[in-house]
Write a protein that binds this ligand. Structure first.
Ligand code: UDX
Length: 433
């Protein structure tokens, strides 16, 4: 199959490289010349485990190429994926679809024979209709079908998620388009991955409903964690106790500082906008978004309380800045609100993150950035673990104690056993335990 990805960002690049690995002939297009130049030199514009090797292997095999020339990429393609960004529009929280629509128009002008246009970007219900209209208007003669095929890739595990998905969702009623997409995903059909074919609108909504549900699950356990603290129970026991019920499932029940990232905060808001437009209120999701927002700053106050309630003139060592480990992504990271709360209360923040420091500097410019975990703690009055990178799971507690002026650890990701930390002489605060 000849496949073209429009947009070589996170989703486009991972998906394009994986499709090439399936044996397809893939062209990744991006408007950003700098990004394409880097890719042509084998440099990845994002950090994702395994991606560099995957790209190199498929470029060497002649199955994967990069260009800024969209018409050239689209001309002979059998399937054109739209994988451009859909950020939250400033002001109203609606998904900003201008990149999707611009791509649609340009694709429309470049189409030759029958082509399947596949929307992989996360877009509100009904966007497929508009993409279809735009292409038709740009090229009334074109022979095409617009389908929806949302992605469910987790950052840090994206390649594995692509190749061993829980499910593939394909939204189309067009038999010719379905035939093409079945070829595109042939290796996954062959290994019996569950593939769900449905209407385009159902596929568009599935993506939002899935992310909103996961955000709800996290927020639910976070509130149970707060209750655990009050009643003297351990939220990890409760999570395990309920998670073994197959109807509930044990995933996404880790209590923490609230969810962040490029998807959950943005997608829950976009779902609420769609709910508004169609007059079908989603009160649960509305509450989830509000509770999560509130929680991030509350976690900053938790650190302040652990330090005796007044942090003026004090220093906090923060380990972990990205919204989760194994990414350099700072978008909507809880660390931002935690750190701002500490700084607003008068604390100095020293911080370290294995991959996210460059991105962090864009949003948090008054933090003292350090070279490593231990350097961060030098002279600090407490340690706060905000993102659970593996490197922070086995700290030398004796060394930590010698570096901090007060032996206080606030573990917002529950990575340490309480006994161990207390035996080492620390006052230990965790979430829901
Ligand atoms: C998510 C979805 O998982 C993925 O299917 C979708 O396509 C994109 O959004 P991602 O944003 O990469 O992926 O991260 P994910 O691993 O889902 O974590 C999201 C946030 O929730 C992180 O801030 C994480 O720390 C937090 N989280 C996750 C918890 O606080 N507790 C949990 O139990 C799970």
């Amino acid at each position: 199959m000849r496949i073209t990805m429009i947009g070589s960002g996170y989703v486009g690049l991972v998906s394009g490289a994986c499709f090439a690995d399936f044996g397809h002939d893939v062209c990744c297009v991006d408007k950003d010349q700098g990004k394409i130049d880097l890719l042509l030199q084998g440099v990845m514009p994002i950090f994702e485990p395994g991606l560099e090797e995957l790209v190199a292997r498929n470029v060497a095999a002649g199955r994967l190429r990069f260009t800024t020339d969209l018409p050239e990429g689209v001309r002979d393609a059998e399937a054109v994926f739209i994988a451009v960004g859909t950020p939250s529009r400033r002001g109203d929280g609606h998904a900003d679809l201008s990149y999707v629509y611009a791509a649609a128009e340009e694709i429309g002008r470049s189409l030759t024979g029958f082509t399947v246009i596949v929307d992989k970007s996360t877009v509100p219900v009904g966007t497929g209709d508009e993409v279809e209209r735009i292409i038709r208007e740009a090229n009334p003669e074109a022979d095409f079908a617009v389908t929806s095929n949302p992605e469910f890739l987790r950052e840090g595990a994206a390649i594995d998620d692509f190749k061993r998905p829980d499910r593939i969702v394909i939204g189309s009623d067009d038999p010719r388009a379905l035939a093409v997409l079945r070829q595109v995903y042939r290796p996954l059909y062959l290994n019996k991955s569950p593939i769900v074919e449905m209407s385009r609108r159902a596929a568009e909504l599935t993506k939002y409903a899935g992310n909103a549900f996961l955000a709800t699950k996290i927020t639910f356990i976070n509130e149970i964690a707060d209750l655990c603290e009050k009643v003297g129970a351990d939220v990890q026991d409760v999570a395990r106790g309920i998670g073994l019920d197959k109807r509930i499932g044990d995933k996404f029940l880790h209590a923490g500082p609230g969810y962040g990232g490029s998807c959950f905060p943005k997608d829950t808001l976009a779902l609420l906008k769609t709910a508004d437009d169609f007059e079908a209120p989603q009160r649960i999701v509305e509450t989830v978004a509000a509770v999560n927002d509130h929680r991030k700053r509350a976690m900053g106050r938790k650190v302040i309380a652990a330090m005796g309630g007044d942090v003026r003139g004090k220093t906090v060592a923060v380990l972990g800045l990205t919204f989760k480990p194994n990414t350099d992504d700072m978008r909507d990271s809880p660390a931002i609100a935690v750190i701002q709360t500490l700084q607003d209360a008068g604390a100095t923040v020293r911080a370290y993150d294995p991959e996210g420091m460059e991105q962090a500097k864009q949003v948090l410019d008054t933090v003292v950035y350090c070279e490593g975990a231990y350097q961060t703690m030098e002279g600090a009055d407490a340690l706060a673990i905000v993102t659970e990178w593996d490197a922070f799971r086995a700290l030398d507690l004796r060394r930590v104690k010698s570096l901090l002026t007060e032996p206080v650890i606030v573990d917002l990701r529950n990575v340490y056993p309480r006994d161990m930390v207390e035996e080492a002489g620390f006052t230990y605060y965790a979430v829901g335990r």
